[in-house]
Design a protein around this ligand. Structure first.
Ligand SMILES: [Fe+2]
Length: 312
């Protein structure tokens, strides 16, 4: 167990479907990730005024501009941003939440928002629609945990995600209510959820773990010059083929050396890389892997092969 959260935090996440944790990352970790956001996205400030194009009577709607600066790791930057999704304490939270030691990182995206770039207001929705082809399980560990990580101070004028806890939303609609976009249904759903909404506004370094069955919505950026740097991190139990998003090898043109050259075997295992001692590792696969990633320190894998260490 990590010192950055308690068993009670995990139980509250299990009960409510959401458990914000303020100040999860250290100031040094935040500063390093923030510097990488500047490297990757090239901007540190938005416009003086927010952009609003809302239709009359709507809480918000999805539009492509909201996702303009939303991209998957790895990036051409330091290890800070590339490895923040597999920070040992995030892995620890995911293991506790999902009741397993074997967790898989199935989404990790950096998301920069700037005042004036978009109307970031969204309707309340659940994320299971693009994380599974069916519906959320009633057992959280059979679903997944999404962890929204803030690396700038996020006030309500900086696009703080709004959410409704599972016990509250159950009085309005189950998660399947997110599938019906008819205006009549949406009007009732959005009004009902809005009345119980909570803000995730929190200082840089805070995280918001939530489930794929939890109603939430992005809100607009209105702070003059406002910027919001966030990372979306999603874990599932390894082997849970019902949940997915990225197929990491599909992104093979990205600079994976930035991850392989700096990650521990435990972190790489979150991407599906076999751990030291796994039967996959032979003299030949070690040789091939070193050709693909010349800077990868394969010594733990070599040592396990030489010593006959069984896979954990
Ligand atoms: Fe969402």
């Amino acid at each position: 167990m990590s010192e950055r959260f308690t068993p009670e935090d995990v139980e509250i996440w299990r009960r409510d479907g959401v458990r914000p944790l303020v100040g999860f990352f250290t100031p040094d970790e935040v500063a390093a990730v923030r510097a990488d956001f500047v490297t990757v996205f090239g901007r540190q400030a938005g416009a003086q005024a927010g952009l609003e194009k809302k239709l009359e009577g709507q809480l918000g709607r999805f539009n492509a501009a909201q996702f303009k600066d939303f991209d998957a790791i790895p990036f051409d930057c330091s290890p800070a941003l590339n490895l923040i999704g597999v920070h040992p304490d995030l892995i620890a939270f995911a293991r506790a939440a999902l009741k397993t030691d074997q967790v898989h990182l199935y989404q990790c995206q950096a998301w920069a928002k700037f005042t004036g770039d978009a109307d970031y207001d969204q309707p309340f929705h659940c994320d299971f629609g693009n994380h599974t082809l069916t519906v959320p399980s009633e057992a959280d560990h059979l679903n997944s945990v999404t962890i929204l990580c803030y690396f700038t101070d996020v006030s309500d004028a900086h696009g703080a995600m709004n959410y409704v806890t599972r016990p509250d939303s159950a009085r309005v609609a189950g998660p399947e209510g997110t599938l019906d976009f008819t205006p009549e249904h949406q009007a009732t759903l959005q009004d009902g959820l809005k009345a119980m909404a909570r803000s995730s506004a929190a200082p840089a370094g805070s995280i918001v773990p939530y489930g794929i069955d939890i109603y939430h919505r992005g809100t607009n950026m209105t702070a003059p010059g406002g910027v919001r740097y966030a990372v979306m991190v999603c874990f599932k139990a390894a082997g849970n083929d019902a949940v997915g998003y990225h197929a990491w090898p599909f992104h093979q043109t990205k600079p994976w050396r930035n991850i392989f050259d700096h990650a521990t075997p435990e972190q790489l295992a979150c991407f599906g890389v076999q751990p030291p001692g796994h039967p996959f590792w032979t003299e030949e696969t070690l040789r091939r892997a070193q050709v693909r990633y010349p800077g990868w320190d394969l010594s733990p894998y070599r040592a396990a092969l030489a010593g006959g260490t069984p896979a954990p």
